[in-house]
Design a protein around this ligand. Structure first.
Ligand SMILES: NC(=O)c1ccc[n+]([C@@H]2O[C@H](COP(=O)([O-])OP(=O)(O)OC[C@H]3O[C@@H](n4cnc5c(N)ncnc54)[C@H](O)[C@@H]3O)[C@@H](O)[C@H]2O)c1
Ligand SMILES: [Zn+2]
Ligand SMILES: [Zn+2]
Length: 422
């Protein structure tokens, strides 16, 4: 294989031919030449036109997704149309797909953890061009608001996470449709589609040498857990850290504790089958709340002579959130909430727990600013400071996307990679 024949997604010519075949099969805009070509040449042909491609549409809450052809309109002002090459399933997709306690918004295209290549850009897009490799992020960075200008926040005024919005900001319309019927977006990303339209501020431009089938997991869960520890909990060397929930986000938080030099990393999960895998992520002690007849915060306080130095909650369960706070040591303990709670949940603790100098914090996306910081997290993987392979435990083709949901609902594995071209 010659470097100049490499496709823009970083894969080989063979792969590039396969992209063309996929387009033919899905009745997409077909290039005139039969020769293998570099992808940005092909992409230029579709700029400004409606693309017909495969997407996994959720027509109803909790019902299997239907992989079918949809229309994707061209990007408008400050928007970018992205060819998604790899996506993976995060608990947040499943949660909104189930729509339990949510305002249901259907039909919708879910998906927010992914990697792809820019196909075309709308008016006013300054920092991205066709062929750029990007990670979509569910919360954006406009670079102009007070939050974006503050070193302490990633809660952009314009583009912060909005789970109720199903359309694009500039005109309030979705870019997806099927036979004229609009299909709603999810988290501004909707990556369960071969092509999607995303605001420029929700796309991190990354090193084109980074393998997209690995770094796609940095687009949500792994960066969230890692940042929750490195940027928010900030454990000191030799300290103790409790991690509640040993899914991908929790194990990424454990990875952050390991990188920080924490000596005791206590994993807490109701699912004992998580414990064996968690050892690979530096978790060296385990507590299953089901094995004890007293609250888990008391169990942890006894194990650690009064409480852990830091705790990171990655379950989404309100009781785990309260336990994660109440298990930190008084005087200096810091608890960080990461899990997404149910709509009507309320956090209840005695105020004395705060007066006794414990700190409660929460984070979105591990406090990383998507465009400014995510490229550097990708570099941590490229420099071998961070391992991503161990998070990717399953792998399915796009047509089998419902299997990824089944695997997550069974509580098996960590991340399931969905290959759009397979
Ligand atoms: N704040 C953010 O920016 C952000 C970003 C991504 C994901 N999330 C949220 O983080 C959470 C974790 O995501 P994930 O993909 O790792 O999910 P996951 O389902 O893979 O893992 C969750 C783990 O928590 C365990 N658990 C559930 N209830 C528990 C309890 N009461 N006590 C102990 N363990 C319990 C489960 O057994 C499971 O192993 C989810 O709520 C997700 O929505 C938040
Ligand atoms: Zn997510
Ligand atoms: Zn902003």
């Amino acid at each position: 294989m010659h470097a100049y024949l490499k496709c823009a997604c970083g894969t080989s010519v063979l792969h590039s031919i396969k992209h063309e075949q996929t387009r033919n099969r899905t009745n997409n805009l077909v290039p005139d030449s039969r020769q293998p070509r570099i992808r940005h040449t092909i992409m230029a042909n579709t700029a400004g036109q409606v693309i017909r491609c495969k997407a996994a549409v959720a027509w109803e809450a909790g019902k299997p997704l239907v992989v079918e052809e949809v229309e994707v309109a061209p990007p408008q002002a400050n928007e970018v149309r992205v060819k998604i090459l790899f996506t993976s399933l995060c608990h947040t997709d499943v949660y909104f797909w189930e729509a339990k306690g949510q305002t249901p918004l259907f039909p919708r295209i879910f998906g927010h953890e992914a990697a792809g290549v820019v196909e075309s850009v709308g008016e006013g897009v300054k920092e991205l061009a066709p062929g750029d490799h990007v990670l979509p992020v569910f919360t954006g960075e406009c670079k102009e608001c007070r939050h974006c200008k503050s070193e302490e926040s990633n809660m952009c005024d314009l583009l912060r996470i909005n789970t109720d919005r199903g359309a694009m900001l500039c005109d309030g319309k979705p870019r997806f449709s099927k036979n004229g019927q609009p299909i709603y977006h999810f988290l501004g990303t909707s990556t369960f589609s071969e092509y999607t339209v995303i605001h420029e501020g929700c796309l991190a431009k990354i090193n084109p040498a980074a393998p997209l089938d690995k770094v796609c997991v940095l687009s949500c869960g792994i960066s969230t857990g890692l940042g929750a520890t490195l940027n928010v909990a900030k454990p000191k060397k030799g300290s103790s850290v409790a991690i509640f929930g040993l899914g991908a986000v929790g194990l990424a938080a454990a990875e952050g504790a390991r990188i920080s030099g924490a000596s005791r990393i206590i994993g807490v999960d109701l699912n004992a089958s998580r414990f064996e895998d968690a050892k690979k992520f530096g978790v060296n002690e385990f507590v299953n709340p089901k094995d004890h007849n007293k609250p888990v915060q008391e169990v942890i306080a006894e194990m650690t002579n009064g409480g852990v130095d830091r705790s990171v909650e990655c379950t989404g369960n309100i009781n785990a959130m309260i336990s994660a706070f109440e298990c930190v040591h008084d005087g200096w303990g810091v608890a960080v909430l990461v899990g997404v709670p149910n709509k009507d949940d309320a956090f209840k603790t005695h105020p004395a727990n705060l007066l006794n100098e414990r700190t409660l914090k929460g984070t979105f996306f591990g406090n990383y600013k998507p465009r400014s910081d995510l490229p550097n997290v990708v570099e941590k993987y490229m420099n071998k400071e961070l391992e991503l392979e161990k998070f990717i435990t399953h792998d399915v083709s796009f047509s089998d996307i419902n299997k990824a949901f089944e695997i997550m609902l069974k509580g098996e594995g960590l991340r399931c990679l969905i290959r759009m071209d397979a």
